[in-house]
Write a protein that binds this ligand. Structure first.
Ligand code: ZN
Ligand code: ZN
Ligand code: FE
Length: 760
């Protein structure tokens, strides 16, 4: 008998729904839908998601509506429908009690305050008027307050707040949007806020007092969802200068928070940008400056500002009262993890903040704000954190039987990745493992993720570099399990392929991997490569001619060092002497000559530094990796016409040489050509050289697509220029995971899985 005949005869259907369907108001949604459509039966949660028994009514329409009208926070991976011959003949539709719990149901990311909750908070007739912790099944804290699975109130930091009668009634009412909203709270029973200074609570209305202080130009430490922020009035240059001084952060851009009308006053917001800002993940979106300028010291030298919308009722209430945008930078000492505990904040942020806006709901997971950037080719994820984790990614075809893998990522933008049940869980951004406190937090996160998601790896993956802290931890954790070391740039390629669902057996891809630094298979340091490879292996088809990293780590901090080395290499030592007259060039050249503390590197990240330093951008010192490159991109954007006249990079066999490029620049420089023109010609030349090297691989039939990854592809201009050269070729880019080292762990994980499955 065919399936169709069975369905015709059936009186009921059993629907199995998988995905992110718990803790998002899915059951009340199903209940209401059933009422509306005259469907009888039951819905309940179980270990794999949600199950429904449905009879009566138009079941096809019911099934379609389940997907098309699902609550905002739900993510449906699959709906399996089977006929039920002996379906229960219920006369009503009920929400039945949960059956079992499991870790496969997906923990929901934290979500920005929904419109309904915001309306209540602003309505004096509501009992949650002015309440900083209003939330419902459509919004509020989730992962940030989660101590364990299953996701029940008892397993969150809301456990210590017993519900009042009114909240309990909402919690138990299937018609209420707070039905089974685990973090439900109100002023009578939930968390509270207060303002404190010098260790003592200040009596009075905390919001009013905070507003007055911000308007006076003070700096507040504000406890949020995933950690503390340091906040000040974004229109007050003196307050911003004070914050920079206290935080010892001279140049790195500060994030801003504003309502949409506030953002529109200072930035260009297209409809795509607006949609991304308003996503429940409330990420920071980089937006081009436009309209009324904010003080330059918010983001010195950059053409973009990072904006986010308020995402908790506390933020909304504060912005309403201040009536202007706020600087909201993470509450930490430079390089350290953000503070999350009240005592920790008092201790660590006491020297930065004039007062603390505190609350008494514990933050369980430290989650930095996510940072994204929109390009004509989709969003770029610069930092993956609050609002985006712990959402999982489905693995590509061929990985159905992949083993459980734990991958430990890289060093500076560290993250972890767990593979299980055909899905990848890429952790939140964990930061630079050189910092001892970040290292502690990273190890804690590794333990937390394993416990929360009941992860039992049979394979462990890490970087090829055995001395990275992450690699050493991986070796310890692996114990008797196989430890698979993955080359850094192969991992970037793997991450890009996996995100784009490139099947396991679809053959090789040509990866243009433009990056900072990673150990190569020849023991030199790579970072400007065309790799042709699949999930199992790769070859290095082309790379940038290496230059010495003179001074080792110092070359990453001081762009002028890379400039001198590249100019020397191009026969322009005299020009280097002129440009960097006051710098200790002799020491550098000696190091390069002897090779001591000057390892050769093909890094394009460092090439960007070299070009930026030649143009006088952050040449002596950059306060963070990427500062010089970001300023170079900002400058290039000012000369769009110059993209048509790329500087020449010579390609000889497998080598891309920057010497001719620097010679062309030197003659432009002598002719007084503006720096912005040179910045643009540099971008265009680099893009053309690598795109054409990748094209060679495609045309020779050695690769089926081009993948773009590595930290340099955070540069939207570079991405766009490379894409333009490859218009007729399938190009894979990362839009949901970071192309920078934040995505490394994903690549390590899929490569380790593939090698294990294929026994290589
Ligand atoms: Zn809500
Ligand atoms: Zn209550
Ligand atoms: Fe990298």
């Amino acid at each position: 008998m065919t399936q169709e005949h069975q369905a015709d005869r059936a009186t009921a259907r059993r629907l199995r729904i998988r995905g992110q369907v718990q803790g998002v108001g899915f059951r009340p949604f199903v209940w209401q839908l059933a009422q509306r459509m005259g469907v009888k039966g039951a819905v309940w949660n179980d270990a794999e998601g949600v199950q429904i028994i449905a009879s009566g009514g138009d079941l096809d329409a019911f099934e379609a509506a389940l997907q098309s009208q699902a609550p905002a926070l739900a993510r449906i991976d699959s709906v399996d429908s089977t006929a039920e011959d002996q379906g229960e003949c219920r006369l009503d539709f009920i929400i039945a009690s949960s059956q079992g719990t499991g870790s496969d149901t997906g923990v929901t990311p934290d979500a920005a305050t929904c419109d309904a909750c915001l309306a209540e908070v602003r309505d004096p007739s509501q009992r949650r008027y002015g309440y900083a912790f209003a939330n419902c099944t459509q919004c509020g804290p989730r992962f940030s307050i989660l101590r364990g699975i299953p996701y029940d109130r008892e397993m969150t930091s809301m456990a210590r707040f017993p519900m009042c009668t009114a909240c309990r009634a909402e919690y138990q009412d299937p018609q209420d949007r707070r039905f089974h909203a685990q973090p439900i709270a109100c002023p009578a029973c939930g968390p509270r806020i207060w303002l404190e200074a010098d260790g003592a609570e200040i009596s009075g209305d905390a919001l009013c007092l905070s507003t007055q202080r911000l308007q006076r130009g003070e700096i507040l430490a504000i406890k949020g969802l995933g950690g503390f922020h340091l906040a000040c009035d974004a229109r007050n240059p003196a307050a911003i200068a004070t914050l920079r001084l206290r935080k010892r952060r001279p140049a790195k851009a500060f994030a801003l928070m504003g309502t949409l009308p506030m953002i529109r006053r200072h930035a260009a917001v297209g409809s795509d940008e607006e949609a991304l800002l308003e996503d429940p993940s409330a990420v920071i979106v980089l937006l081009a400056k436009s309209g009324a300028p904010l003080p330059e010291n918010v983001a010195p030298g950059l053409a973009t500002l990072g904006w986010m919308l308020p995402y908790t009722p506390l933020h909304h209430l504060l912005l309403d009262a201040v009536d202007g945008p706020l600087v909201m930078t993470s509450g930490n000492a430079s390089g350290e993890p953000q503070a999350i505990g009240n005592a920790e904040a008092r201790e660590k942020l006491g020297g930065f903040a004039d007062a603390f806006l505190m609350h008494d709901r514990d933050i369980v997971h430290r989650l930095d704000d996510s940072v994204e950037r929109l390009t004509p080719h989709g969003p770029l994820v610069l930092r993956r954190g609050r609002g985006r984790v712990p959402r999982t990614l489905p693995l590509p075809p061929g990985f159905e039987e992949a083993p459980q893998v734990a991958a430990y990522g890289g060093q500076i933008k560290s993250s972890l990745c767990l593979l299980k049940n055909g899905r990848a869980l890429l952790s939140h951004h964990l930061g630079d493992l050189d910092d001892p406190l970040t290292w502690d937090a990273y190890r804690q996160a590794a333990a937390d993720y394993a416990r929360l998601f009941d992860h039992r790896p049979s394979v462990v993956a890490c970087d090829l570099h055995p001395d990275l802290r992450a690699s050493r931890l991986a070796a310890v954790q692996a114990c008797d399990l196989p430890l698979i070391e993955v080359q850094h740039h192969h991992a970037h390629l793997g991450a890009c392929m996996a995100e784009n669902h490139w099947p396991l057996d679809a053959g090789p891809v040509a990866g243009i991997i433009l990056d900072g630094l990673g150990l190569g298979t020849d023991d030199t340091i790579w970072g400007g490569e065309v790799l042709v490879g699949d999930y199992l292996d790769f070859t290095r088809a082309a790379s940038l001619v290496p230059a010495p990293l003179a001074g080792g780590d110092a070359a990453g901090r001081e762009p002028w060092r890379n400039a001198v080395m590249r100019l020397d290499q191009a026969g322009l030592a005299d020009l280097a002497d002129t440009l960097f007259r006051d710098h200790p060039r002799a020491v550098l050249r000696q190091a390069a000559k002897t090779g001591i503390n000057a390892p050769p590197s093909s890094s394009v990240g460092r090439l960007f530094d070299a070009m930026a330093a030649c143009l006088g951008l952050a040449s002596d010192r950059q306060s963070h990796e990427g500062e010089a490159a970001m300023r170079l991109e900002a400058l290039a954007q000012c000369a769009p016409d110059a993209f048509d006249t790329p500087y020449p990079f010579e390609r000889r066999n497998a080598q891309i040489d920057s010497a001719a490029m620097f010679q062309s620049w030197a003659s432009d420089h002598a002719d007084g050509v503006p720096a912005k023109v040179s910045a643009a010609r540099f971008h265009a030349g680099l893009a053309r050289a690598f795109a054409s090297a990748a094209r060679t691989e495609i045309e020779a039939g050695r690769a089926g697509a081009v993948a773009l990854s590595g930290g340099c592809f955070q540069n939207a201009m570079l991405l766009d220029l490379v894409k333009r050269h490859l218009k007729d070729i399938p190009v894979l880019i990362q839009t949901r995971t970071p192309a920078n080292d934040g995505g490394l762990a994903l690549g390590q994980a899929v490569i380790a899985a593939a090698r294990t499955m294929r026994g290589v």
